[in-house]
Ligand binder design. Structure first.
Ligand code: PEP
Length: 251
């Protein structure tokens, strides 16, 4: 019942020309998607360009990498949910660990962003994950559940299709190290149980849970074989058409 989602986070990469070449190559490789969805979250300056290229392929959606919770006003450098909608976004990443570590994102700012996204019809991809120190101290589950509860505080969710969660162990992002599929699946089943506590079983069963952290063509099939893993949030391996196409075509 949950449609797999393979989402690309391009981070601060790509010129307009590079983006055009990559997306055209990707579209030529993947054809129409029937039993899965993909998404590309480029940096803001590429949203319009990438959106136009994806217009003929509704199963590959457009997403932003962040948003601010106010609709408009004197917030230099920020982008709002209505602006992301206006340029054709369906998704928006919220609380990526790079934003938490480098730009002061907190659970409470994530909560405001999740609510703003949903109020304007965007689907937030909420990121949670533990540091290496937390993992080694046996605090993974406590850490991700607390981030999760903090960012979902006060949220009224009437459908699980309006939320995506990405579990991304921070030590696995961009490092080439990955969590084992079994361990990731265990943490993600705890997230689903927390969703059930917060929103009820029916909604919890609809929310898509993505794994993120050095996902590559070589490991995607093993992650996608896990019961609780409904897709992946992919950084480095989403920058090349060949590798992202193989990830989308997981078996
Ligand atoms: C990410 O940026 O969310 C990510 C998972 O990056 P990478 O795939 O490069 O580890």
């Amino acid at each position: 019942m949950r449609i797999p989602l393979l989402a690309a986070n391009w981070k601060m990469n790509m010129t307009r020309r590079e983006a055009r070449v990559m997306v055209e190559d990707l579209l030529a490789r993947v054809g129409d998607l029937r039993d899965r969805e993909a998404a590309i979250c480029p940096p803001f300056h590429l949203l319009s360009e990438v959106g136009s290229l994806l217009a003929a392929r509704p199963s590959i959606r457009l997403g932003g990498q962040d948003l601010y919770w106010k609709d408009s006003g004197a917030f230099t450098g920020e982008v709002s949910a209505p602006m992301l909608r206006d340029v054709g976004c369906h998704f928006v990443i919220v609380g990526h660990s790079e934003r938490r570590a480098l730009f002061g994102e907190t659970d409470s700012s994530c909560a405001q962003k999740v609510t703003a996204a949903q109020n304007h019809g965007l689907v937030p991809i909420l990121c949670v994950g533990e540091t290496l120190e937390e993992r080694e101290a046996g605090r993974t589950q406590e850490r991700v559940v607390s981030q999760f509860r903090g960012a979902l505080q006060g949220l009224a969710l009437d459908s699980g299709e309006r939320l995506v969660v990405a579990y991304e162990p921070i030590w696995a992002i961009g490092t080439g190290k990955t969590d084992s599929p079994e361990e990731a699946n265990r943490t993600m089943s705890l997230l689903r149980a927390t969703l059930a506590e917060l929103f009820g079983e029916r909604i919890a069963a609809q929310v898509r849970l993505l794994y993120g952290g050095s996902v590559k063509p070589e490991n995607i099939d093993a992650f996608m074989a896990c019961r609780e893993i409904d897709g992946a949030l992919v950084g480095g391996a989403s920058l090349k058409a060949e590798s992202f196409a193989r990830i989308i075509q997981f078996q």
